[in-house]
Design a binder for this molecule. Structure first.
Ligand SMILES: *[C@@H]1O[C@H](CO)[C@@H](O)[C@H](O)[C@H]1NC(C)=O
Ligand SMILES: *[C@@H]1O[C@H](CO)[C@@H](O)[C@H](O)[C@H]1NC(C)=O
Ligand SMILES: *[C@@H]1O[C@H](CO)[C@@H](O)[C@H](O)[C@H]1NC(C)=O
Ligand SMILES: CC(=O)N[C@H]1CO[C@H](CO)[C@@H](O)[C@@H]1O
Length: 502
């Protein structure tokens, strides 16, 4: 009967279609229509908002995400989840300073939001990238029940997994896309622990099925204190920061175990040699030994001084049209403060006591604390979600996941591919450490140490292992690789995601 009535049939199809479209589409209220500071059309669709986990809206954890869909093909390109470290640092660090869709130009006058320009090396050129503020309490994510700010590695991983399942429910059109997890610094813990949750979920048939393919990041620290401190010594020697004589003394007195030096007697030979190392490297910018170190208290006056040396004035000049930050904050663990099991000291607390003195987050702060911006990106206002801080101390965070080595081994053996990379002038987490722990997994080398190219130049070195594990360095880059080398970072990212030779 229906067949005989074409109008009814088309109505029926329309209804079906309408329903189908409704199910397939991202929630319309999450579409970002415009952004203060940007007066042009977006190169792709942006979505943002909250997803509640662990209880209902009022008392649950409201996790804030910002999705930049791919400027090439949102349907086919992978979905990448981006996590900054800390613990306690917002993933808008990545969005504003590293690989987001815009370059931010600070306003001429204080109190005004920055001007946004298109970033030609945005990772949204080749992927649908989700910036997530995690755990609750970080960035724009919050809970009305502040006892939910007490958390740790394992809880954060299961929370983020819960977020992902809900997110893919709300964005079913992305469920079939290959999915990757990426992060930097303390996310060296977030990424493998979350990947492990996702892998377990897939195995036990959790719906929706996440098409998880692999993970990547820099400073994917195993958080093995021995390894990291021990890696520093060959790095500073190789870079010419300590003499052959000091290096010889260190080898003779510490016998390869530099970590324990800090608990030795002051008269011990190893302790004394380590003091010489401290003296040699103390004034350097740990995040990039080639860059000047801006000293407390004030960079603003230094900037105005026309008689500064050229190298100083050109600090931060890269292929990015706008300079990178002069000082960085919250991007990695400062050395001499290795992460141990238990309660983790948060960045703002560290900077008070240890003079990390590296706060330059003005552009991001002025943008994300502007109420018009918050409205545009569907974030709660300051009186609900709190002020946006690059790194917060309002959470209480426990390192309870132990070493990451078993995670990496387990994940790579299950067929998930991993890319571990490192700016080769980062002294905070020297590449020698990442090189050592990737090698220590004991996998067969399938592509032996060789240069890789970008823009017809050697851009760094790589070594690939069986089980799809790749270690890669970026020549001349500091801690936050895309901030220094945006073109090169986009190059190896796109090759790796597409499974092409880097
Ligand atoms: C607040 O969170 C804690 C920890 O999850 C929970 O035990 C408590 O019941 C919550 N309080 C309310 C009012 O929901
Ligand atoms: C390895 O991963 C599998 C699958 O996710 C999981 O069942 C197993 O417990 C993991 N083993 C270890 C040692 O982490
Ligand atoms: C600039 O440098 C000169 C010479 O070192 C110094 O005398 C002057 O106070 C500096 N000015 C500012 C604004 O820092
Ligand atoms: C895509 C890819 O390179 N897959 C490889 C992952 O690692 C296994 C084991 O080394 C290889 O057999 C696959 O070809």
């Amino acid at each position: 009967m229906v067949m005989e009535n074409p109008n009814l049939l088309s109505l029926f199809i329309l209804l079906l279609l309408g329903h189908w479209i409704h199910v397939q589409a991202a929630p319309p209220h999450s579409l970002v229509a415009q952004l203060p500071g940007f007066n042009s059309n977006f190169p792709s669709k942006h979505y943002s908002g909250y997803i509640s986990i662990d209880g209902n809206d009022e008392n649950g954890k409201r996790l804030f995400y910002y999705l930049v869909s791919s400027e090439r093909s949102a349907e086919k390109d992978p979905v990448v989840l981006w996590l900054n470290g800390g613990p306690g640092c917002s993933s808008f660090d990545g969005f504003v300073y590293e690989h987001g869709p815009f370059n931010f130009e600070a306003a001429k006058s204080k109190g005004n939001p920055p001007t946004l320009h298109i970033n030609p090396y945005s990772w949204s050129k080749v992927s649908n990238i989700i910036y997530l503020d995690s755990p609750a309490g970080v960035g724009l994510s919050y809970s009305k029940n502040t006892s939910k700010y007490v958390t740790g590695d394992l809880k954060t991983a299961s929370d983020t997994h819960a977020f992902l399942l809900k997110w893919f429910q709300q964005f079913p059109e992305f469920q079939a896309n290959p999915f990757y997890i990426a992060g930097e610094s303390y996310a060296g813990i977030y990424v493998p622990t979350l990947a492990s949750e996702v892998a377990k979920g897939i195995q036990s048939g959790t719906k929706p099925v996440i098409n998880f393919k692999g993970y990547m990041g820099w400073e994917m620290v195993s958080r093995n204190e021995y390894l990291m401190v021990n890696a520093l010594i060959p790095f500073v020697h190789g870079m010419g920061l300590i003499s052959d004589t000091i290096y010889g003394d260190l080898q003779a007195t510490c016998k390869g175990n530099y970590y324990d030096a800090y608990s030795l007697d002051e008269n011990d030979g190893c302790y004394k040699s380590m003091e010489k190392v401290d003296r040699a490297i103390d004034g350097l910018n740990v995040y990039n030994i080639l860059e000047p170190c801006y000293h407390f208290p004030d960079t603003a006056t230094a900037k105005q001084n026309g008689s500064l040396p050229m190298s100083f004035k050109q600090l931060g000049v890269t292929e990015k049209p706008l300079p990178v930050r002069k000082r960085m904050f919250g991007r990695a663990w400062p050395f001499r403060a290795p992460v141990k099991a238990g309660l983790v000291t948060l960045w703002p607390q560290l900077s008070e006591t240890r003079h990390v003195a590296c706060v330059n987050d003005e552009v991001a702060s002025s943008w994300l604390n502007n109420e018009a911006v918050r409205k545009a990106i569907h974030a709660e206002s300051e009186n609900v979600a709190g002020a946006w801080e690059l790194c917060t101390s309002r959470i209480q965070y426990h390192h309870d996941a132990g070493s990451m080595i078993p995670y990496h081994r387990n994940l790579t053996k299950q067929g998930y591919k991993a890319l571990i990379f490192s700016g080769d002038h980062d002294m905070c987490v020297p590449f020698t450490g990442s090189e050592a722990w990737t090698r220590a997994l004991g996998y067969k080398i399938v592509d032996e140490w060789r240069p890789w190219n970008s823009n017809d130049q050697v851009a760094g070195y790589l070594q690939a292992y069986e089980n799809n594990l790749t270690f890669l360095t970026i020549k001349g880059a500091g801690h936050t690789v895309p901030e220094y080398k945006p073109r090169e970072a986009l190059d190896f990212l796109s090759h790796w995601l597409e499974g092409k030779k880097i």
